[in-house]
Design a protein around this ligand. Structure first.
Ligand SMILES: [Zn+2]
Length: 139
């Protein structure tokens, strides 16, 4: 009776409740880590490494209050990806593994953004709406 789509929805719901718990405690317990590891596998370790290296920035634009994340990749070039944690990332893996092949729920940058936000480990960047629009126009 269980379809891949139903399994993915259940996984998302579990992940969502873990992020909320981490956020309310501002810390990550062993239980949280083991559940997240079960859900995301190796991508969780990669995401944690990005967060540890200070690779997550949250960009907020005024006056709209719109926000997105910039997450540094792990390749040598250290490119930054524009990341909407629940919906989209501009990295190659997001389009290849997630959109095309449907093998994963989200990429490591999305996990890094959620993790950094949940524990408050991201840096804040303030932009105007015009600057944000310019950034998005390059997508
Ligand atoms: Zn990504």
């Amino acid at each position: 009776m269980s379809s891949p789509a139903a399994a993915a929805a259940a996984t998302s719901a579990v992940a969502e409740s873990i992020w909320q718990q981490i956020k309310s405690h501002r810390s990550v317990s062993e239980d949280h880590l083991s559940t997240l590891h079960f859900l995301f596998g190796k991508n969780l370790e990669r995401a944690a490494r990005i967060v540890d290296q200070g690779g997550v920035r949250r960009v907020s634009a005024a006056p709209s209050g719109r926000s997105l994340f910039l997450v540094v990749g792990e390749s040598k070039r250290k490119e930054e990806y524009i990341c909407f944690p629940e919906h989209l990332c501009t990295c190659y893996s997001f389009f290849y593994d997630i959109v095309n092949r449907g093998e994963q729920l989200c990429c490591k940058h999305q996990i890094a953004a959620r993790l950094a936000e949940a524990v408050g480990a991201h840096r804040e960047v303030q932009l105007t709406d015009e600057q944000l629009a310019l950034m998005l126009s390059k997508l």
